[in-house]
Design a protein. Structure first.
Lengths: 316, 245
């Protein structure tokens, strides 16, 4: 079943087009990562889905409910962890979490135990009695994420869930997000962090300048770059001088170059399909393969390939 | 109803731990009434009971301040990021808006409890009906001012500076050009012509009428009721409409 579907979604801020007719689909039970640079429209999309903003035109449905016509039903289905954890300066984490859980209908019988567990898991237990204004940036961010982990909505939306969080904390948050998916929630994560996208995504949608550039699994995105996989071969001195030419004929080969007499570098699409064909060929040509090393393109490469720009750049 | 109470209490309990600012408002009221009000009542010889008139005027001013405070708080919450969070919660917009207005009402009740008690004690010789209806008028006025400020607060989403300028100018006009501290009949006609457009004129004169002041120096109570009702319903309705948009 489709959890989110947008058609021709457009949002204008004055003369600036944050979203330009975005078509986007998220299936139930998957983790979809929205990958894009700052200003690509990620947060605007999330705020429209959460019914905080209204689209200028186009439609957005969450679990079958139109976000404009049935906003209350939509809000009963989803929960959102905002990019900036702000707001209740004079409240304490435990109070904020309890308020959120209560308003979102978490049963009283489970609430306290669940809150304790999540606060301990996210290493916020010792800070539960501090005022929000005294939390560090990382603690405030973890508290923002904790709200959704306690709420456990059918659709969980995270806007840059691990920004400002240390490496150890990032891994803890990511594991919890994956567990949320495993427990039945559908998850939408917006990020510009490649490692986060790679760790979490079942599928990735690349957003650039308010448009959906491509949507695929991580593997397919990488495979879609012609010659994106690099296979480094070490072979015994080739008995067949035409081995480079022969290797170049294998389907999916972009080009093959010799680094030196024994080492070859092949730029291929889908190395997992190319390598068995290469070993067969070498066997037939009586050329012994000593080692094979495969390097996949990174998501940075993928982003560059599809948008012509590096991920760190800001959209203007 | 539970969700509205929950929203109100979540914020209000913070303001009561400890209730310093409320107590300070009471102290300011006592000082203002005991020194300034008492001195002014000696200087104003055309009225027998100016201290009472002044005390009610001050209560009306507190009511206006709390209404303004509610609007300002709404803007601050938007800028602090609290508003997007509240808007994302599974609560209908009208309940959210009502909770903001009601919170203003509760804050008003907390702030007014002592000044009103003191004022009523000074006036004395009152019936339960007159006191109840005067309190109801104050709350109705408070809702109206809150609604006005909440509706205006939407300007702040475009420009906080423009909002501040408008609210400051409006507050100055609404309080100064009104009958909060002086009866309409004693005002120069140029002032009086402006004062009849201030909602505080109708709020303060209606409260005074209900507490037994001479009707001849006050505005027509029927017009006062109509103006206050139109203000509360109109501005709260407008704010609710803007929030839905």
């Amino acid at each position: 079943m489709v959890a989110i579907e947008t058609k021709g979604l457009t949002k204008l801020y004055g003369k600036t087009k944050a979203l330009k007719g975005l078509d986007f689909t998220l299936n139930e039970g998957e983790i979809m990562v929205l990958l894009g640079p700052n200003g690509s429209g990620k947060t605007t999309l999330l705020l429209i889905l959460a019914t905080v903003l209204k689209p200028t035109s186009g439609t957005a449905n969450v679990m079958g409910f139109d976000v404009v016509k049935h906003p209350t039903q939509v809000r009963q289905i989803l929960g959102i962890a905002f990019q900036e954890a702000r707001g209740f300066w004079r409240h304490k984490p435990m109070e904020i979490l309890r308020f959120h859980a209560t308003v979102c209908g978490v049963p009283k019988s489970k609430r306290e135990a669940l809150m304790e567990q999540i606060l301990k898991d996210l290493e916020l237990w010792d800070a539960r009695g501090k005022l929000f204004m005294h939390l560090s940036g990382g603690q405030a961010k973890r508290l923002e994420v904790a709200k959704l982990l306690v709420q456990r909505p059918r659709l969980a939306i995270f806007d840059e869930p691990s920004s400002q969080v240390d490496l150890r904390g990032k891994r803890i948050i990511w594991d919890h997000i994956r567990k949320l998916r495993d427990d039945g929630s559908t998850v939408l994560v917006a990020t510009n962090e490649v490692r986060e996208a790679e760790y979490l995504a079942d599928r990735i949608t690349i957003l650039d300048q308010g448009q959906n550039v491509v949507c695929q699994t991580v593997q397919r995105l990488k495979d879609s770059i012609a010659g994106g996989d690099i296979v480094e071969l070490e072979v015994e001195a080739p008995k067949d001088n035409n081995i480079i030419e022969e290797l170049s004929k294998i389907e999916g080969t972009y080009r093959v170059v010799a680094s030196n007499e024994n080492q070859l570098r092949a730029y291929v699409s889908m190395a997992e399909a190319w390598v068995p064909k290469m070993t067969n060929l070498c066997y037939q040509k009586n050329t012994r393969v000593l080692s094979v090393r495969v390097t996949e393109p990174s998501l940075d490469d993928v982003f560059l390939h599809f948008t012509g720009r590096v991920l760190g750049a800001t959209t203007n | 109803m539970k969700s509205i109470i929950r929203l109100i209490w979540f914020d209000l309990k913070q303001e009561l731990h400890p209730p310093v600012w409320i107590v300070m408002e009471w102290v300011v009221f006592a000082v203002q009434l005991g020194i300034y009000g008492a001195l002014m009542s000696r200087l104003v010889t055309q009225m027998d009971d100016y201290l009472q008139f002044y005390a009610i005027g001050y209560v009306i001013m507190i009511t206006f301040d709390i209404g303004s405070h509610t609007g300002r708080q709404f803007v601050e919450h938007a800028h602090e990021g609290r508003l997007p969070y509240l808007l994302s919660l599974p609560i209908p917009r009208w309940k959210l808006y009502l909770s903001v207005a009601l919170q203003g009402g509760f804050e008003l009740a907390l702030l007014l409890i002592v000044p009103l008690f003191v004022t009523l004690s000074i006036i004395g010789n009152l019936t339960a009906l007159s006191v109840t209806s005067a309190v109801a008028t104050l709350f109705w006025l408070g809702f109206g001012v809150s609604g006005l400020m909440l509706a205006l607060s939407f300007i702040a989403f475009r420009s906080a500076d423009v909002y501040t300028a408008i609210v400051t100018a409006l507050s100055t006009l609404i309080i100064r050009f009104s009958t909060v501290f002086y009866p309409l009949m004693f005002l120069p006609s140029s002032y009086a012509n402006v004062a009849i457009f201030s909602p505080l004129t109708y709020g303060s004169d209606l409260v005074r009428l209900l507490l037994g002041f001479d009707p001849s120096v006050l505005v027509d109570p029927r017009i006062a009721v109509a103006v206050l009702t139109a203000l509360a319903v109109g501005t709260l309705g407008l704010g609710s409409f803007l929030l839905r948009g």
